[in-house]
Every structure is written in structure tokens, then in C-alpha cells.
Design a protein around this ligand. Sequence first.
Ligand code: ZN
Length: 233
Amino acid sequence: MLQTLSEVQALDLELDALATERGQTPPALTAARQSERALRADLQTRRAELNALRQRLNENELELASLQERRKKAAESALRAATGKEASQYQNQELQFATRLQELEEDTMPLLEEQESRQAAVDELQAKVDALQPEVEALEEDERARVAMLDERSRELTRRRAALAAGVPATLLKQYEQVRKARRGLGVVPVTEGGTCGGCNVRLPIFVVQKVRKGQGVTRCPSCGRLLWSSNG
Ligand SMILES: [Zn+2]
């Protein structure tokens, strides 16, 4: 009975190990995911900056078009002016628009250059993301296969455990599960040759050792509470 329980425990320990292994993402995948996330975040920021710049350039374009229109109108008005004074007022206006136009064009030129270099940076980042993509996907694929294999193994062990556990009285199984949970690992341990607890190594009272070796009922270690069993018992 305790022998069977110790076999259940062997499977439980294997299941624990599988669960731990499942949680251990391969470092290469973690690194690739991090690189991709960092690149995408950078790309997003740079795209937003580029869009803000484009917006500014669009506004400049609109203002340039409007200034050109107003300059043209001032020039036409100057030609149609009835008096020399009126004509000179329009010419002044035209000159002001021309000056503003020139200033705005001068302000816009570096922005156009900036747009070009920012676009190049965005393209370069996008190319990096595109190049990394197949690598990340291949690693993700491997990871899915790895996890699926571990899950399949877990299911198989769980089936075997259920079959074995069916042969252990429910109350004993429950005691075992409670101790195992409290002790994080072992719920049933052997009594060593030297008469100590195989779980916490405490020296067991002789009557406890005898009781276990005779296989009289269920005995627990007075120190750690684990269920004790003896292979001779
Ligand atoms: Zn103990």
C-alpha cells in the first residue's frame, strides 16, 4: 500500500519536474522576443515622430500655397490700382508675402531633409523587424512543439498516476497529498537503514521504526509529519 503510494509519489515528482521544465522558456526565444518587442516599440515611436513631421510639412505646404495665392492677388491688384499710392500699397503687400514665403521655404527645407532621414531610419527598423520575424516564428514553433511534447508526457503520467492511486485508500492518499503539499515535494519517505526519517533525517524512536518495519498501519515521522514506509514492511 505504502509501496504503491511511493510509486504514486515517483510519478508526482516527475510531473512536478515536467511542470518546472514547461515553465522554462528557452533563453534564445526569450531573447528573440525581447529584441522584437524593443524593435517594434522603437519603430512605433519613430513612426509617430515621422507622422508629426509630415503633419508639420503639410501645414507648411498649405501655408505656402496660401501665401503664393495672396502674393499673386496683391500683384494683380497693384497692376489694376487706380492711383500710384494704391499701387504702392499693393506692392508692399506683395513684398511682405514674398518675404514670408521665402522665410517659410527656408524653414521647410531642413524639415524635408529631416523627413528623408527619419523615413530612412523607419525603413531600416522595419527591415530589421522583417528580418527578425522568421527567426522568432521558427523559435515560437519549436516552443509550441516542446510544450506540446511535455504536455503529452504529463497526460500520460497523469493517467498512470490515476491508475496507481486507485489502489491506495482515499484517506491515505489525502494524507499523503496534504503532507506533500506542506513539505513541497515528498509526502512519503522510507525509513533509512540507520533508523532515521528519509525526509528530514531525524533519528526516529525505535518503536516507530519497528512499527514501520512490521508494516502495522500508517506511521508518520514525529518531526516532519511525512508518511513513513519500509521496503521490508
Ligand atoms: Zn521526518
